[in-house]
Design a protein around this ligand. Structure first.
Ligand code: ADP
Ligand code: ASP
Ligand code: MG
Length: 830
């Protein structure tokens, strides 16, 4: 005999049920099988919702109709595909349950409350409807099948909705099935999961039997009980993923499928919240060495995960990471606890008498505090039971009022290989520290098979992702949020698209999560497909909205998000603080943020430091040339700037370079404009404002507290020249300047010098203007759009450090921004 369990995800539609039935038939070829089925996907939740609605007096017809329609539709669809499906008799059974559902729900509505026994009755109806449908399918496929009412064979005590199995009566009840007295003629024994008979033993009434449940997700446990009851050699859990992963694959996209794991590892994972199997499932199977498999009914070809008697080989010491959310930490403390025996025992027995199980316990070494976690829903009950248990001590101030910290998550690393392995806790805590996650408590399982931390609920997913990366050494991720996708932003996105595969091979997984431009914005939590991003934004973009993007980041909590501002926006930098506070790095070629007030400049850096995020702007001066990073390293290592000269504008480099080649000033400006080296109005370049901004940025980088207004800009034009008017008027007047410049250039030539429009920092003063430079000055040969940055420092003396090269253009600037994006990876590894 083998036992198969099909969860809601394998029972979600006619197709799913037919696929699942094919697996049952296949397995029934070699062996007798027992099958446990869940309710149709989503039905248990709908039943719960309808109970809540009935209690609060809401309308109930929609629930009833919806649940009825789902089952009717499934039966119709099956009938359409399976000739011998006896829809009429199956639907008659379903209708009978629906009739009961209606009566029970109406009763709840009439009383305005739902006692636990009625709750259990209603919740169990999902499985009572799904199982006759599966019976009909199997019969139509010619299988001999017996549908067994699980209430006749599984008995519990304790909590009616989440009972403890009474193995003595249960194993006894299975005897006729086991011994072949009942159902022997059938190849398949079919059981509805989740439901059982609850026995309420009381001296006054004797034992009362009523419908009970095995807890939410309890069909897994049903399958284990059936497996034990029928002496199965193997139990297979069929679900919608390929097996058990190193972490919840919905949270960690690159979680790794585990081939084999020990019972103990799987038990620990499910105890600490891994949804893959109900926590009570494994222990009865482990006790009897029954082999367990987790398999995918949507992908029969996958091998699945085997759970059995370990140890099994593993790549590292950790087998899996899991997170149990919505827990509360209860702390009991006070001077009266010191050295006093029996306090812990009183705490534990009070909590257990409330029927609550503790998930994790820690005690401070001074014996002043005992803390433990329970599910949040139970925290009020625990607080009040402890408050009355220690009423006297609290009144005498020997014990402080019971403290409850709500909204906690327990994140655990689990693995047999963790035993006696050093440094794991360190790595675990380091991973959380790298994301600034605060730890409320730490506990290690006594078997050394798990280490758990208690953190804020909201940090749960991030904690799982980051620790998964540390332990399983998977790819370094970068999540890009591109704001502004014009010339530079667009080129950058194309570069990311083209480089993605190469970077991936090198261990960097770069994903663009959002693109926003004037056409609109698009998002994808798993990363956008960039093959046609321009069309996608134009076609599917919703209105661009920064707040919505920030909200998206807060919701999805990417591990290493970077906001890329490729806009020319004047106002957007005002929002950089909000963006950093949302947990994103920022990179931008936009010079605005770095040239706003010194106060803002400092606040930006302080916020980035506080948030452990980076503000990067390598392209603010010299586009792709490595200026900023070089300077930062220079000054960090203790060097000092003593002087600076720079040609930091491609257009000015071109225009002044043409002058020494004998071209007239007006001609040089017109050429530069025709070649689009200048702005449409060349005065924007000649006025030196853009160069002034770059100068401020370099000066500030060197530690000077300067404002943009402090930069002295010396006019290029002589005083008598009137540079007002429209662009056309200005261009027409330019030849008036030709003689003036020609004369200057000719005189300089006699001294073997040239004229350059450059920025200078000398004696703590910054200025922009024309310099007369000889061949010993590195700026002498700079022309034809080339940029040059000449740094005189304490160490680079007397020969300055010069960085020169092409300092503009979408391609190189985009590559500079891309370089900044990649810098966040090494930062995160630190
Ligand atoms: P079923 O309806 O078959 O019982 P569940 O939805 O209860 O299925 O459980 C399967 C789900 O458990 C998967 O879809 C997966 O998202 C989730 N899950 C959580 N942690 C893990 C893990 N470590 N490995 C595999 N699946 C996991
Ligand atoms: N249908 C029940 C639930 O959703 C039991 C199960 O599917 O495991 O909780
Ligand atoms: Mg389940």
């Amino acid at each position: 005999m083998i036992t198969l369990k099909f969860g809601g995800t394998s029972m979600g539609s006619a197709e799913r049920m037919l696929d699942s039935s094919a697996i049952m038939c296949d397995r029934a070829k070699d062996d007798r099988v027992s099958v446990v089925v869940s309710a149709v996907a989503g039905i248990s939740n709908k039943l719960q919702d309808s109970i809540n609605a009935a209690v609060s007096g809401e309308k109930l017809d929609t629930y009833y109709t919806e649940i009825r329609n789902i089952h009717t539709q499934i039966c119709d669809d099956i009938a359409g595909q399976l000739k011998n499906f006896d829809k009429k008799s199956v639907m008659a059974k379903v209708e009978e349950i629906l009739e009961l559902y209606k009566k029970l729900l109406d009763a709840v509505a009439a009383f305005g409350e739902c006692p636990l026994s009625i709750h259990c009755h209603i919740m169990g109806l999902g499985e009572l409807m799904s199982s006759p449908i599966m019976e009909g399918v199997l019969k139509a496929k010619g299988q001999s099948v017996t549908l067994v009412d699980s209430r006749d064979v599984i008995f519990t005590t304790g909590n009616q909705a989440e009972g403890d199995v009474d193995y003595v009566s249960t194993i006894e009840a299975f005897r006729p099935y086991r011994d072949g007295k009942i159902g022997a003629e059938s190849r398949i024994l079919l059981f509805p999961g989740f439901i059982c008979t609850w026995q309420n033993k009381s001296a006054a009434t004797g034992t009362v039997y009523s419908m009970g449940l095995l807890g939410r997700n309890g069909s897994d446990f049903s399958a284990a009980i059936v497996g034990v009851g029928l002496n199965s050699r193997k139990v297979e859990f069929w679900t919608d993923v390929d097996g058990v992963y190193t972490a919840d694959p919905r949270v960690v996209k690159d979680a790794i499928l585990v081939d084999d794991m020990s019972y103990e590892e799987a038990m620990e994972l499910s105890f600490f919240g891994s949804k893959v199997l109900h926590p009570k499932t494994l222990s009865p199977l482990a006790a009897r060495n029954i082999e367990v498999w987790s398999l995918n009914s949507h992908n029969k070809a996958a091998r699945g995960t085997r759970i059995g008697r370990g140890p099994f080989p593993s790549v590292g010491p950790v087998r899996g990471i899991t997170c149990l959310k919505n827990t509360a930490m209860i702390s009991i403390s006070g001077s009266g606890m010191r050295g006093k025996t029996g306090i812990a025992a009183r705490v534990f027995s009070a909590v257990s008498s409330a029927g609550v199980s503790m998930l994790l316990i820690t005690q401070s070494s001074s014996e002043y505090t005992i803390s433990f976690c329970v599910m949040q829903a139970q925290s009020h009950a625990v607080k009040s039971i402890l408050t009355s248990e220690f009423e006297l001590e609290i009144r005498e101030d020997l014990i402080n009022p019971i403290e409850v910290t709500e909204n906690c998550a327990i994140v655990s690393i689990v693995g047999d290989g963790m035993q006696s392995k050093r440094g794991l806790a360190g790595t675990f805590l380091d991973s959380l520290a790298s994301k600034n996650i605060n730890i409320l408590a730490i506990a290690q399982g006594s078997s050394e098979r798990s280490i758990s931390v208690v953190i804020a609920n909201d940090d749960g997913d991030t904690a799982v992702r980051i620790s998964h990366r540390f332990f399983f050494n998977t790819k370094q991720t970068i999540e890009v949020f591109a704001f502004g996708a014009g010339t530079i932003g667009g080129a950058m996105l194309d570069q990311i698209r083209d480089q993605h595969d190469d970077l991936y091979k090198q261990g960097i997984d770069i994903r663009v999560m959002a693109i926003a431009n004037i056409d609109g914005m698009i998002f994808n939590e798993n990363g956008l497909d960039l093959s046609n991003w321009r069309e996608d934004v134009a076609k599917n973009g919703k209105p661009t909205n920064l707040d919505e993007m920030i909200e998206f980041v807060k919701q999805t909590k990417p591990l290493n998000p970077i906001f890329v501002d490729c806009t020319a926006s004047y106002d957007l930098p005002n929002r950089y603080l909000d963006i950093l506070k949302a947990g994103m790095h920022i990179t931008t070629p936009n010079k605005r943020a770095n040239t706003m007030s010194m106060d803002f400049y400092r606040e930006l850096r302080a916020t980035a430091n506080k948030m452990h995020r980076r503000f990067l702007y390598e392209t603010n001066a010299g586009a792709g040339l490595p200026v900023i990073d070089t300077l930062q390293n220079l000054f960090k290592s203790g060097d000092k700037l003593t002087g600076f000269y720079g040609i930091m504008s491609g257009s000015l480099s071109y225009i002044f370079g043409r002058l020494d080649e004998g071209v007239s000033f007006s001609q040089a400006v017109l050429e530069a404009r025709e070649r689009r080296y200048t702005e449409p109005d060349p005065r924007d370049d000649l006025a030196g404002m853009d160069v002034a901004r770059k100068t401020v940025i370099i000066a500030r980088e060197a530690g000077m507290a300067v404002e943009l207004e402090d930069i002295k800009i010396n006019r290029v034009f002589p005083d008598w020249f009137d540079d007002k008017g429209t662009v056309e008027e200005f261009l027409a007047k330019l030849p008036q300047l030709d003689d003036y410049f020609a004369k200057k250039v000719a005189e300089l030539k006699k001294e073997n010098k040239v004229l350059r429009m450059a920025a200078s920092i000398e004696n703590g003063k910054c200025s922009i203007g024309m310099l007369e430079v000889g061949p010993d000055n590195p700026l002498y040969s700079i022309k034809g759009c080339e940029n040059a940055f000449v740094f005189h420092t304490a160490r680079y003396n007397p020969i300055p450090m010069t960085i020169r090269g092409y300092g503009a253009g979408a391609g190189v600037t985009a590559a500079g921004v891309f370089g900044d994006i990649l810098r966040t990876v090494s930062w995160n590894m630190m």
